[in-house]
Write a protein that binds this ligand. Structure first.
Ligand SMILES: C[S@@+](CC[C@H](N)C(=O)[O-])C[C@H]1O[C@@H](n2cnc3c(N)ncnc32)[C@H](O)[C@@H]1O
Length: 395
């Protein structure tokens, strides 16, 4: 597994040393998430579970698995290495991005002049504490750090860091999640022709642009609270030929009229949001959706669909990767979240979509024909074959 070299006009050059370092970090992550993860599961089955059973009973949920395994040497080694590898992801791109900061900002400004899309920021915008005061997934500066006026560097930092983090799994534009799921929706619901699409918590639009490409006749909007991400994302969308309208906005207080979108989409967003805000933003999604519109969130699958061990494995980030809201979200019932937000129980959807990049078009089309979504231990995992989980509802 190697770092995916980005292919768009904002992509930065890499020295040989930077490329070697980044490839090493991707390969190390691949080793941890694939080989070591398989060994750790074996250790759990062979040692930890029988010991827990002998002492009373087997762990019944992810927290109990965590309690049973956390002192085990293998888990401690795995976790220490994984935390270090996570820090190395950001370290491996920091110099590359800082060295080319001026160039990034010039390019972002230049593209803003001729964009077919737009970016609208709000002076004095209040960033929620859950974003502004957290270096989420150990990313120094989080999403919002700015080194000066109109600075977009943190967007480039995220783009290049993600290329290392995802180990080449998401394609040259890192848009595999949006592309796979938009293609799936298009194929399964061929008569559904969205005219207006909204992406919530878009960051730099990795998974917004694919919706614009799948439905080129639609107007596409994307919101986030992080100004540097939006500036960079807008220039990047322009470079990829997608006219997307980016706006600085809090998803819990959408500045759009009732019934103004056909699709309200998000990816990898909800697990970074406190539960109270998730409930609010789902109500907002319901409000701004037109009748017959689709709300859809790509996420990690819920704990209720997984074995205690698989649930524990995915919740690792909540305990060790500065993702404080992750487990609380994964403990929810997606169906209940949708109905509490105002959607009818019989309109709720759950999809498991194979990665287009990994499995190819035929697999996505076959999944679209097949009605039942089967979540298993591999769903949402960045190893050994990827498929994406999404839930939502029709209004
Ligand atoms: C993991 S990133 C999302 C990744 C992105 N959707 C993608 O697919 O590449 C989470 C994003 O949510 C944004 N965010 C967090 N809380 C928000 C809120 N209340 N309203 C809008 N955006 C928010 C953060 O600024 C961050 O950019």
């Amino acid at each position: 597994m190697a770092t995916q070299q980005l292919r768009h006009e904002l992509a930065l050059s890499r020295t040989f040393d930077e490329a070697a370092r980044q490839d090493f970090v991707s390969a190390l992550r691949g080793f941890i998430l694939h080989d070591m993860a398989a060994d750790m599961r074996a250790v759990y089955e062979r040692d930890v579970k029988p010991q827990a059973a002998a002492a009373g009973r087997e762990p019944k949920n992810g927290s109990e698995v965590h309690a049973a395994i956390r002192e085990h040497d293998y888990f401690r080694f795995y976790s220490a290495l994984r935390v270090n590898a996570q820090e190395m992801v950001w370290d491996s791109v920091r110099d590359q991005v800082q060295r080319q900061r001026g160039q990034v900002n010039d390019e972002v400004r230049r593209r803003a002049q001729k964009a077919r899309g737009s970016v609208t920021l709000q002076p004095g915008f209040e960033v929620p504490k859950s974003v502004g005061s957290l270096d989420v997934h150990l990313m120094p500066g989080g999403y919002v750090a700015e080194a000066g006026q109109d600075d977009a560097t943190q967007g480039a930092f995220y783009d290049n860091g993600a290329a290392v983090f995802f180990m080449g799994l998401l394609g040259e534009d890192q848009g595999d999640i949006g592309r796979s799921i938009a293609r799936f929706v298009h194929r399964r619901f061929p008569d559904f022709r969205p005219a207006r699409i909204l992406d919530l918590g878009c960051t730099i639009g990795h998974n917004t642009v694919p919706w614009a490409q799948e439905y080129p006749e639609a107007e596409v909007y994307a919101i986030d609270v992080a100004a540097p991400a939006l500036r960079y994302g807008s220039a990047r969308a322009e470079a990829l030929g997608a006219p997307v309208h980016f706006r600085q906005m809090d998803a819990t207080k959408l500045d759009y009229p009732d019934e103004s979108f056909d699709v309200v989409w998000s990816s990898m967003f909800l697990h970074e949001v406190p539960l109270k805000s998730i409930r609010r933003l789902l109500k907002e999604a319901h409000r701004v959706l037109k009748k017959g519109g689709l709300m859809l969130h790509m996420e990690l699958p819920p704990n209720r669909s997984l074995s205690p061990y698989d649930g524990f494995y995915l919740d690792w980030d909540s305990w060790y990767n500065a993702e404080p809201f992750y487990k609380t979200f994964r403990d929810q019932d997606p169906r209940a979240l949708c109905t509490e937000a105002g959607f009818a129980p019989d309109k709720v959807e759950e999809f498991v979509v194979p990665s287009l990049n990994f499995y190819g078009e035929d697999a996505v089309h076959a999944a679209a024909e097949h009605r039942e979504a089967v979540v298993d231990g591999d769903t949402g995992r960045l190893a050994s074959g990827i498929s994406w989980y999404a839930f939502g509802a029709w209004k």
